[in-house]
Ligand binder design. Structure first.
Ligand code: NAD
Length: 416
């Protein structure tokens, strides 16, 4: 396959491989290749200057055989239905690997959120929810944050959904602020979960994490909290980046200070004591652990052979192309695949949903302990299957996720 692919062609290639290895029949493979529902909406809003803004929105619901659809909402200027469909499919496998009772979905709005005011973003979010409200719900489809959406966006979603239904329904969305039923630890969960996987993989591979150099592409929610968690376990964060570029300091940087600098200057670049690097350079830096935590298709056949890290932990969704996968495997670089590495977010989203349904709020220690248990179990399940199949971890993870969903569909049967 040439390296000209979209997120969906990558996801379908992965599914084909897993289906073949699992011996799924062609009917099951066809069913899993298609989302159950794709919704496209036109979101018309009043801009602050009185004009009308029109934005394309979508929500793709892939499969719900193991429980309600679940998945983030991404605001991004170039987002396509193809990308959202691929991400919805990945969510289905991810929830199955984490062994939580959800299916997979994803939402997207084509918007450059940085160009909208807070009021415009609120109107956009509420209008989007009102257009898809019949397909959402705590037992139907539960949104969560993703790129360029956050706890505030989730609060608007909860309020819009609740207003339209006539009563307060916190369990309709996860990743909310704690004040309205959000879980302690949800914001940090994806980044922390990535580092739990790094810890497990380091143990398995004999890599010492004390003073290990970590480079992180993307310094948003996931990248920042992965940086903090990496530092907590004794790693040295040597490089981070955002959409404006990156910074490198072999002696290590302090994530909290870099965040303060970014909040002040809107960029991580030009941070004291660091050398500015491009996002491309960051990936090829001398380090032990590389964590892509921004966009898809970052490690490709063009740069895979230049990666110097001993381990790549995919915090972002789909950062490595299939060709690059092969190169990393041949170079014996340990790759922790996205559907395992970044499953901490949806795992704590599940905890949040459970807390909302039972009207409880668990302490942070309990959330973090349960997260670590879940991540460790998922990691060990994937490694056990990969070893049995003599495959890489991505294949092991896909086989575990796809296999669990296929088994659920078989047990449910086709009706009518
Ligand atoms: P975010 O919006 O908080 O941060 C995204 C970061 O990526 C920002 O620092 C941004 O500047 C940077 N970025 C954007 N374009 C870039 C580019 N061209 N090069 C380098 N950096 C760039 O988003 P997030 O929630 O941290 O999500 C990051 C990734 O993690 C996404 O792939 C998302 O799907 C995935 N993910 C997120 C969660 C979650 O809980 N938030 C869960 C699972 C997976």
């Amino acid at each position: 396959m040439a390296e000209e692919h979209t997120p969906l062609t990558v996801a379908l290639t992965q599914l084909k491989l897993a289906s073949k290895k699992l011996g799924l029949d062609s009917g099951m493979h066809k069913m899993l290749s298609q989302p159950k529902r794709s919704i496209i909406v036109s979101i018309d809003i009043r801009m602050d200057n009185g004009s009308v803004g029109v934005y394309n929105g979508m929500r793709v619901q892939h499969w719900d055989a193991r429980g309600p659809f679940k998945g983030g909402i991404r605001y991004y200027p170039n987002i396509t239905l193809d990308e959202v469909t691929a991400l919805a499919m990945l969510m289905t496998w991810k929830c199955a690997i984490a062994n939580i009772p959800f299916g997979g979905a994803k939402g997207g709005v084509c918007v450059d959120s940085k160009k909208l005011s807070k009021h415009e973003l609120e109107r956009l979010t509420r209008r989007y929810v009102s257009l898809i409200v019949d397909y959402l719900g705590p037992h139907r489809d539960i949104p969560a944050p993703d790129m360029y959406t956050d706890a505030q966006t989730m609060a608007w979603i909860m309020d819009t959904y609740s207003q339209l239904k006539g009563y307060s329904i916190p369990e309709s969305v996860t990743g909310k602020p704690v004040e309205i039923g959000g879980s302690w630890g949800r914001t940090e969960a994806t980044g922390r979960g990535v580092i739990h996987c790094v810890k497990q993989a380091a143990e398995n591979n004999g890599l010492k994490l004390k003073n290990a150099a970590v480079a992180i592409q993307g310094f948003g929610n996931v990248g920042y909290h992965a940086a903090v968690a990496a530092q907590e376990i004794g790693c040295i964060v040597v490089a981070v980046s955002d959409s404006t570029g990156g910074i490198y300091c072999p002696d290590g940087l302090t994530p909290k200070d870099v965040l303060a600098h970014k909040e002040k200057t809107l960029s991580v670049q030009n941070y004291k004591g660091c050398r500015n690097v491009t996002n491309e350079e960051l990936l090829e830096l001398q380090c032990d652990v590389l964590i892509p935590a921004a966009l898809e298709n970052q490690i490709t056949c063009k740069n895979a052979d230049k990666i110097k890290a001993k381990m790549v932990a995919e915090a972002a969704n789909g950062p490595t192309t299939p060709e690059a996968d092969k190169v990393l495997f041949e170079k014996e670089i340990c790759l922790i695949p996205d559907i395992l590495a970044n499953s901490g977010g949806v795992t704590v989203s599940y905890f949040e949903w459970v807390q909302n349904l039972t009207r409880e709020q668990w302490p942070l220690e309990k959330v973090n302990r349960k997260l670590e248990n879940k991540m460790t179990t998922a990691f060990n399940d994937v490694v056990a299957l990969a070893e049995k199949e003599e495959s890489d971890m991505r294949t092991g993870a896909l086989m575990l996720g796809v296999g669990r969903v296929a088994n659920a569909i078989k047990v449910l049967g086709l009706w009518p």
